[in-house]
Ligand binder design. Structure first.
Ligand SMILES: O=C(O)CCC(=O)C(=O)O
Ligand SMILES: [Fe+2]
Length: 309
């Protein structure tokens, strides 16, 4: 039986338990932390962007510093007071849910292989782009680089910046299944919006997973592989996954930012200590074309081919 032909969503809505076994993951991937377990005592820091304008006052300096130290330690940060209108966010969530509520045959007309137009999401993308540029500026500044060190490479067309909308249906066997397997994001920066269900988990150490508690009016920012290489490994691209639950479907919207295709991802001299360079330079287009050859990114493997001995 071709599993690709069976949609998890259809399976979930018909509660055909006989087929659920076909979606069970290998045992080493079974989640031991539930979707609503956020009580590890350690949580991803929250940073307010109320001082996000670049006027070099003390609050801005402190926010940039905090952004860098959090991304060095966690690879993830949550931002509040980000300036993105609540209406823009609500509208995007509603439209995405409406799309997922369409009949399966209709959704399959836009299956992954075809070019999806940006259409209605353009407003949301503009807002995400503005926020992403603010954060990239802050990271550059916090690392002691010129403000525009990263952002000058992100052209207006944003040719390979993309949005992925995930909707995870309820699952009768959440202890044996995953919504999204463990992976790192290959792009430069991800801005993730999640609803209030919970399910995102970040790997903190070997086999240690931390659930990211949903906070209203916040975005989750995470460093992608490209920014890890660009910062000589200072900013961390951290493995994460999405777990599912028995009762509630969950929506998440990931905005992946990428530089222009011909950008050479090479760490600046300011970040080279004692001559140590972690990765050899590559272009984003080379990295992207390699990724497209992989069917699925598992764990954090995509950058390995550029690792220097
Ligand atoms: O659903 C989530 O919270 C995670 C989504 C994600 O990691 C991705 O789309 O790359
Ligand atoms: Fe991801």
């Amino acid at each position: 039986m071709d599993l690709e032909a069976q949609h998890v969503e259809t399976l979930s809505s018909t509660h055909n338990k006989l087929q659920v076994k076909d979606f069970i993951w290998s045992e080493n991937e079974w989640p031991t932390v539930a979707h609503d377990d956020f009580d590890s005592g350690d949580d991803i820091p929250i940073i307010s962007l109320s001082n996000r304008s670049r006027n070099n006052d003390e609050c801005y300096e402190k926010a940039c510093e905090d952004m860098v130290t959090t991304c060095e330690r966690w690879g993830f940060v949550r931002v509040v007071d980000h300036g993105v209108a609540a209406e823009t966010v609500e509208n995007m969530k509603r439209r995405c849910s409406e799309m997922f509520d369409l009949p399966m045959e209709m959704k399959m007309k836009g299956a992954r292989s075809t070019c999806m137009p940006l259409g209605y999401s353009a407003n949301y993308m503009n807002a995400m782009d503005g926020l992403g540029m603010v954060i990239l500026d802050m990271l550059a500044h916090g690392l002691g680089l010129p403000h525009d060190f990263f952002t000058k490479n992100f052209n207006k067309e944003k040719e390979s910046t993309m949005i992925r909308v995930n909707r995870y249906p309820p699952c009768p066997l959440p202890e044996r299944c995953l919504g999204l397997g463990s992976h790192s994001d290959p792009h430069a920066l991800t801005i993730l919006l999640q609803d209030n269900v919970g399910g995102l988990q970040v790997q903190k150490g070997e086999g240690v997973w931390v659930g990211v508690r949903p906070i209203p009016n916040s975005f989750i920012i995470n460093i992608g592989d490209t920014l890890e290489a660009w910062s000589n490994g200072r900013l961390k691209s951290v493995v994460h996954r999405a777990v599912v639950n028995r009762e509630r479907k969950r929506l998440s919207i990931a905005y992946f930012m990428s530089p222009a295709s011909d950008t050479v991802i090479d760490c600046p001299l300011e970040l080279v200590r004692d001559g140590y360079r972690k990765y050899k330079p590559f272009t984003w287009s080379d990295f992207r074309s390699q990724l497209l050859l992989q069917r699925r990114v598992v764990g954090k493997t995509a950058l390995l081919r550029y690792l220097l001995p």
